[in-house]
Design a protein around this ligand. Structure first.
Ligand SMILES: Cc1cc2nc3c(=O)[nH]c(=O)nc-3n(C[C@H](O)[C@H](O)[C@H](O)COP(=O)(O)OP(=O)(O)OC[C@H]3O[C@@H](n4cnc5c(N)ncnc54)[C@H](O)[C@@H]3O)c2cc1C
Length: 381
């Protein structure tokens, strides 16, 4: 009754073992040097955990949405930057899975499943963040090619990725802006495509975030995802599938911070005894663990709802992302508190975890936007 199947727990054990052995030892160095976690990329690809969500007919593992969340959660428990490898592979390919032609699926998905390639998702622009429909990047058909012009910003893993799912305006005169946007797949070697310098960030420093530029970028006609004018619909439907994965990332960061705090309070002595003996400390630990447990249920429930195509999937995806990320921020802040002065230094991982947690409240829609989505779902009944 009401528990994960054995195969999911076995998956968790396998990913945890891999993460602790192959990813955790490099997490502090990756953060300090602001470099791509190449060791994690290699280990995840060799073990087949780089993009578990890709169906078997495209050479993937065919894992369900809960399994994909477990992979991301367990990697994030030791290194949030590295967890963006499976997370952004899902984000970048979900529009293709939802709406692309069979031909386009066959072109892109197998290369990502095998780890030869990876994907990014390009929706945001400098002046179109929460208000995505006001984007300015344009695409027009020229003979049998689409020509893209514009700049996308904040693109996770840009420069590392091979494929980019890009939303652009194809009908600037559409009655509703949202109906004039289409989605495309761009390859890093397509003419007219380039990437900018890395953003200098608070956290997830191992995951490059860059602008990407389209200067008369020319791609074959069949690289459009679905019909013209359906791109924003696909982009937003994608978020129903991927907001649970950001919840999973947040959950993993929070669990990592709690685990580190529990270890530390048992060792640290003040007033002649272990600080774990103080009720004030115990209450903090209990609250942290309680919130994490609640977030875990919401994340898996939302992932399962998207898998089933449940009518509540949109509400649950926003709820899971907002709740788990707020929990991650609270728990990591409390973990730093429990370490005292040591927590404020880079000698312990909780400082990095607190910085990494913050982004989960911002990307894939800020938590204010998640609350708008949830309220809209409630009020439309
Ligand atoms: C590290 C990082 C990685 C990212 N990765 C990607 C990526 O891979 N692909 C991609 O497309 N994008 C990505 N993003 C972009 C991210 O999704 C946006 O930053 C986010 O959606 C917010 O948009 P904005 O930054 O323009 O903020 P704004 O929209 O300017 O928001 C500023 C503030 O106003 C609030 N606000 C805005 N509108 C409302 C409203 N109607 N009601 C209440 N409050 C509101 C927001 O909640 C926020 O607090 C990334 C961002 C970062 C920082």
């Amino acid at each position: 009754m009401y528990q994960l199947p054995e195969e999911h727990e076995e998956l968790r054990a396998a990913v945890r073992a891999l993460a602790e052995k192959e990813i955790a030892p490099y997490a502090a160095e990756v953060d300090e040097q602001e470099r791509y976690p190449v060791e994690a990329a290699r280990a995840l690809t060799e073990a087949g955990f780089n993009a578990v969500h890709i169906p078997e007919q495209y050479s993937g593992q065919g894992a369900d949405a809960v399994a994909a969340c477990i992979v991301i959660e367990e990697v994030a428990r030791v290194d949030a930057s590295a967890s963006l490898i499976p997370a952004v592979n899902k984000l970048g390919t979900q529009p293709i899975l939802l709406s692309a032609s069979e031909e386009l699926k066959k072109l892109v998905l197998p290369s990502i499943a095998t780890g030869e390639a990876s994907a990014s998702y390009a929706l945001s622009e400098r002046e179109a963040g929460s208000d995505t429909a006001s984007m300015r990047t344009r695409a027009h058909l020229d003979g049998d090619h689409w020509v893209l012009n514009g700049t996308k910003c904040w693109i996770t893993n840009a420069g590392e990725s091979t494929w980019y799912t890009v939303m652009a305006v194809t009908d600037p005169n559409a009655e509703k802006k949202a109906h004039g946007i289409s989605a495309f797949v761009v390859h890093k070697d397509d003419p007219g495509f380039s990437v900018g310098p890395k953003e200098r960030k608070l956290g997830i420093k191992g995951s490059p975030t860059r602008e990407i530029y389209f200067e008369n970028c020319t791609i074959p006609e069949n690289r459009i995802i679905g019909e013209p004018g359906t791109g924003l619909k696909t982009a937003l439907a994608t978020l129903d599938h991927t907001r649970p994965t950001i919840g999973a990332q947040a959950l993993g960061i929070a669990q990592g911070a709690l685990d580190a705090a529990v270890e530390y309070v048992k060792e640290r002595k003040q007033f002649g005894q272990s600080i774990s003996q103080f009720q004030g400390v115990q209450f903090m630990l209990a609250d942290m663990a309680m919130k994490i447990e609640a977030a875990r249920h919401l994340v898996y429930t939302s992932a399962a709802a998207t898998e089933r195509g449940d009518a509540r999937a949109t509400f649950l995806a926003s709820a899971a992302k907002a709740y788990a990320s707020d929990v991650a921020m609270e728990v990591t802040t409390d973990a730093v508190q429990l370490f005292g002065g040591a927590g404020y230094t880079r000698d312990f991982p909780v400082e990095r975890m607190m910085r990494d947690a913050k982004i989960t409240q911002i990307y894939e829609g800020t938590n204010q936007i998640q609350r708008m989505v949830m309220a809209r779902q409630l009020l439309k009944k």
